[in-house]
Design a protein around this ligand. Structure first.
Ligand SMILES: [Zn+2]
Length: 185
């Protein structure tokens, strides 16, 4: 459903579903989103827009670089455990400012340090893998991969749900030029 919606969006055929007063009434009795999207706060990538979804469809958590701390993890646990959402999509994207800042390195002000701490391992992995001119691109993908791993092994709720086959966690990347989402293997 997400990929169908993204295809509609990227091809200019978005239908903007589930945004009517009727939908609002339906949702008075509760929410049953079908996916959790863990995305970047970047204003160019609003999940409901790029996946052509509406109200009640997706449970969204966004932070810069889509990094996950205990509070954001708890939000995912809530959706997986209490709302029985069966899918988490960790969505990275081209030209991510948060990852770019860590690739550039150097001192950062204020609380940005904690953001660096979360993303640094991905940049280190990308550096170790070589291919210097693809350092940013590879760092973006490693960051997604690391977050998928972090969520999959998060005890006890998420790791158990994955083990029981109740929850699938996948990585993906949004392409700014085409508007297309690519699932990362
Ligand atoms: Zn970003």
């Amino acid at each position: 459903m997400l990929m169908d919606g993204n295809e509609r969006f990227a091809s200019g055929n978005a239908t903007h579903p589930h945004q009517s007063e009727e939908r609002m009434s339906e949702l008075l009795s509760g929410q049953h989103p079908f996916a959790i999207v863990v995305g970047c706060s970047d204003s160019r990538i609003p999940p409901e827009v790029i996946f052509d979804q509406g109200m009640g469809d997706i449970f969204v958590i966004r932070t810069a670089g889509q990094v996950m701390d205990n509070v954001t993890l708890a939000s995912i646990e809530y959706a997986a455990e209490h709302l029985n959402v069966p899918l988490v999509v960790v969505l990275g994207h081209d030209s991510c400012g948060a990852v770019t800042a860590v690739v550039k390195g150097g001192e950062v002000p204020g609380h940005l340090n904690s953001l660096v701490d979360y993303i640094q391992p991905a940049v280190d992995e990308a550096k170790a893998a070589g291919n210097e001119d693809q350092l940013l691109n590879n760092s973006i993908d490693y960051n997604v991969k690391n977050i998928v791993e972090q969520l999959s092994t998060s005890e006890p709720i998420l790791s158990e749900a994955v083990e029981k086959g109740k929850l699938t966690i996948v990585g993906a990347r949004y392409h700014l030029d085409s508007g297309e989402v690519e699932i990362l293997e």
